[in-house]
Design a protein. Structure first.
Length: 231
């Protein structure tokens, strides 16, 4: 093997040891940047329509459902993945059905509140059993499915604290939403739902990425041994 080939091989190994691009992988799992934006559009349409059109609950429901169906249909027409659109459509459909049946705007947000609270409890519970979910999410999204972090006490501690942070934020956010739900403050609940959605999640992702980048171990590159020149 020539010196160039040996150096190239070591460079490839070094690149393999680098932490995968977490934000790109996470974005892909969520359907890309466009998928992330599209998933929040129906809720935004519902909130804005309900606020602007006083007493227009049924129109707000219809608008949100039509927008969700349109997004899914456009993705299918272009031959793009519709999994994320369908998942969002299910949540919108359930909330719309509850609000339509009861005639109360606040019920549109009920499935999201329950889902968020359950997610927060699951995150905190995973720390108690020493399997922090943020660590497992990272291993699936950015770690190629590998779980070597479980053998690194420092990484386990870091993922545990990150999981506690995510869980606490989810619980606090949805406790506030439940409080507004009980007070029947529909418009405020809608605004809090929008502001507490992807903006808050984006901040959590940034904190998680920054923290993992600081503590993730990187193996030192092996020195290139000189090759004796032949006459």
């Amino acid at each position: 093997m020539t010196e160039t080939e040996a150096a190239s091989g070591r460079a490839d190994e070094s690149d393999a040891d680098e932490l995968p691009p977490f934000t790109e992988q996470l974005s892909e799992q969520l359907g890309g940047v466009r998928g992330i934006i599209e998933s929040g559009i129906p809720v935004g349409v519902f909130v804005i329509t309900n606020i602007v059109w006083e007493g227009g609950l049924r129109w707000a429901i219809a608008a949100a459902v039509v927008v969700a169906l349109t997004i899914a249909g456009m993705r299918a027409f272009r031959g793009e993945p519709v999994r994320h659109a369908i998942n969002g459509l299910f949540g919108i459909g359930l909330g719309a059905w509850l609000a339509w049946r009861s005639g109360e705007t606040r019920d549109f947000y009920l499935p999201g509140i329950i889902q968020g609270a359950v997610t927060g409890l699951a995150l905190l519970g995973s720390v108690l059993v020493r399997h922090p979910l943020v660590g497992w999410f990272w291993s699936v999204i950015a770690g190629g499915g590998k779980a070597q972090w479980r053998d690194n006490p420092r990484l386990v501690r870091v993922f545990s604290w990150l999981t506690v942070l995510w869980g606490a934020v989810f619980l606090v956010k949805n406790a506030a939403r439940w409080w507004l739900y009980e007070l029947d403050l529909d418009n405020v609940l809608g605004v809090v739902t929008l502001l507490g959605g992807y903006p808050v999640t984006a901040v959590l992702v940034i904190i998680t990425l920054w923290t993992i980048r600081r503590v993730h171990p990187k193996e030192p590159a092996e020195p290139v041994e000189p090759v004796a020149e032949t006459a």
